[in-house]
Design a protein around this ligand. Sequence first.
Ligand code: FAD
Length: 305
Amino acid sequence: TFDVLVVGGGPAGAAAAIYAARKGIRTGIVAERFGGQVMDTLAIENFISVKETEGPKLVMALEEHVKQYEVDVMNLQRAVKLVPGDVHEVQLENGAALKARTVILATGARWREMNVPGEKEFRGKGVAYCPHCDGPLFKGKRVAVVGGGNSGVEAAIDLAGVVAHVTVLEFADSLKADAVLQKKLASLPNVEVIKNAQTLEVTGTDKVNGLVYKDRASGEEKRVELEGIFVQIGLLPNTDFLKGAVELSRFGEIIVDAKGQTSVPGVFGAGDCTTVPYKQIIIAMGEGAKASLSAFDHLIRVSAP
Ligand code: FAD
């Protein structure tokens, strides 16, 4: 039986495992793919104290740090069910069942993709998902934001202060963002909003040079020349396997309190899979550390030695 079992091997999970192991308690980490989203990241410039790094490099450092401690690392293992109890059980796809006094859920999230030609090819070469991360790379350039919900319009307002021009493409005939955001957006001189726009293709050579969309009102295909595309059509938490086990928000995020506690005592959440806002590496790490300290606190209060 683990004292702390971490599910997820991204920045949140790695931080949680290190903090737990440093307490000298039995710690395990199960990860479908150690490193998580960081594995798919090219340049990282906002991991404070490290001016510039690359995803796989940071993942190697995370792994080395975890391996400094007595952590039972179970990589390439997918959790398929959580059964809460006095001792919780995490069931794996391979049929194994792990027992743990406390569980930290850190399964992260993934950006919803447009699934159009060019999107995958130009990922990291003009196609981006995170304005906080990649906005400054497009300083003085032209970008599009695909998606006119709150995150799309927030991204457009944010980017308008950094880039030369922003085109917002919304599939429906109206923006879905809050009125106050729409008003702010409308006040910006370097933003154009195109509604009824269905993105068809990302074009480019070695880098993105444009985007083709269909005007859903006229059926006409049109092209926008630009250097960057921010896809803002949703972030999907990896929490399907937790339905019914812990309380989730309507977006599927694990609901946690200020200590990372979920609706189930002894089960904690950290990082992109939770309701904690702003999905960033440094935030996920902090949340992982916090959840781990909360798990320790829980153990010394309620668990028999
Ligand atoms: P994740 O990194 O998503 O890790 C989740 C972990 O859980 C993985 O190990 C995964 O395999 C595992 N997992 C999921 N489901 C299961 C399951 N059922 N069973 C077992 N394991 C499971 N942030 C920045 O701060 N700066 C940047 O420059 C930056 N750039 C980014 C670029 C890209 C392309 C992307 C996609 C994201 C970027 N981010 C950036 C965001 C950042 O990567 C995330 O905020 C961060 O990785 C979240 O950490 P996490 O540990 O919560 O989740």
